[in-house]
Design a protein around this ligand. Structure first.
Ligand SMILES: Nc1c(NC[C@H](O)[C@H](O)[C@H](O)CO)[nH]c(=O)[nH]c1=O
Ligand SMILES: CC(=O)[C@@H](O)COP(=O)(O)O
Length: 140
C-alpha cells in the first residue's frame, strides 16, 4: 500500500472534480491511501509537490489540473512551465503522474476529464504507480 498525494489546481472546479474522481478511483481500487491538496492554479502544482516531497510522507504524487487556451501567451506559460517543472521533479526521482490537461476548449477538457470517457485522471494515477513500481525494481 502506498501513500499518494493528489495535488489539484482548482482553476476549473467542475473539470477538476472529474479528474480527481478518476485518479482517486484508480488508486483506491488497488488499495492505496489517498490525500488531496488544493492549490490555485497549475503553476503552483510543482512547487506544492516539491514542498510535500520534502516532508517525506508520501510515496508518490498525481498532478491534476486543466489549462484552457485563452487569448494571450499565458496558455503557453502555464501549460509549458507546469509540465517542465513536473518533469524536473520526476528526473529528481519523485514519482509523479501528470494529469494536467492542456486543451483548446472546455469540450476537449470534458471528454478527457470524465472517468467514463478518456479518464485522464485515472491514467495519471496509474502512471504514478508505474514509476513507484520502477523505484521498487531499481531499489530506490
Ligand atoms: N490560466 C490558467 C491558470 N492560470 C493561473 C496560474 O496557474 C497561476 O495560478 C497564476 O499565474 C498565479 O501564479 N491556471 C490553471 O490551472 N489553468 C488555467 O487555464
Ligand atoms: C491559461 C490561459 O491561457 C487562460 O486562462 C488565460 O487567458 P487569456 O490569455 O485570455 O488571458
Amino acid at each position: 500500500m502506498a501513500d499518494i498525494l493528489i495535488v489539484e489546481a482548482r482553476f476549473y472546479a467542475h473539470l477538476n472534480d472529474m479528474l480527481v474522481a478518476g485518479a482517486r478511483a484508480a488508486l483506491e481500487a488497488e488499495g492505496h491511501k489517498v490525500e488531496v491538496l488544493t492549490v490555485p492554479g497549475a503553476l503552483e502544482i510543482p512547487g506544492a509537490i516539491a514542498l510535500a516531497a520534502e516532508a517525506d510522507r508520501y510515496d508518490g504524487f498525481v498532478a491534476i489540473g486543466v489549462v484552457i487556451r485563452g487569448e494571450t501567451y499565458h496558455f503557453e506559460i502555464v501549460a509549458g512551465e507546469s509540465a517542465r517543472a513536473i518533469m524536473a521533479l520526476t528526473m529528481d526521482g519523485i514519482a509523479i503522474g501528470n494529469g494536467i490537461l492542456t486543451v483548446e476548449n472546455e469540450a476537449q477538457a470534458l471528454v478527457r476529464a470524465d472517468p467514463a470517457q478518456k479518464d485522464k485522471g485515472g491514467e495519471a494515477a496509474k502512471a504514478a504507480l508505474a514509476l513507484l513500481a520502477l523505484q521498487d525494481r531499481f531499489g530506490r
